[in-house]
Ligand binder design. Sequence first.
Ligand SMILES: [Zn+2]
Length: 247
Amino acid sequence: MRVADNVEVLELSMKSFRGQTIIHPTLTWDDDTVVLVDAGFPGLLHQIREAMARAGVPFDRLDKVIVTHQDIDHIGSLPDIVRESSHNLDVLCHEEERPYIEGRKPLVKMNQERLSKMLGSVPEERRQQMEALFANPPKASVTTVVADGEVLPYCGGITVIFTPGHTPGHICLYLNQSKILVSGDALVAADGELRGPNPQSAYDMETAMKSLKKLTQYDIETVICYHGGVYRDDANTRLAELASAAH
Ligand SMILES: [Zn+2]
């Protein structure tokens, strides 16, 4: 789905712990640089290639992948993307998130306790697949660390907003030109509504709620939620409402 001249929301289909679902990485570009925000579940390289081709921005033009955070549905296909790229891809994330993405620390949500909770009701075959994935999670080298408030000088300017809570080093991205917030998992869209972070998947819910306040400092016309897609209904007012629930 095209949301601005140089911004496309990809729609990738993946099988999650809870069944089939759609996830929404964001693609943005200018004449020199093509940026993908988040890299899907493992095994989605083919879908990413096809979605980029449909958007008119071939995979071979991809220069940078910005990772909002370490969760498996955001880094899963990153190793494949890096390997298949025809040039040296730049991989960006917040410093807090780097050791997890590089495999030097275990992913914060991939522990045995969480695994048993999540997989309690899934079929045996699926459970084995997920356990194998947890035993050997995807990883990739991070080439560039980004910081809160930094404006990345491409695609009309991309402002980094440090929004910890869902994970320790979660970031949102504000596309300056189009006033689009790429929210990662700091926000969720469902049934036409914009909602706060999902408590079930939050690493630290209180911090995640506090992070919402930061988002109210931006003039936002469109929110792209990784889970739930595009939200456009008076986003500033809705964000202020959500942020006021934080202590
Ligand atoms: Zn996610």
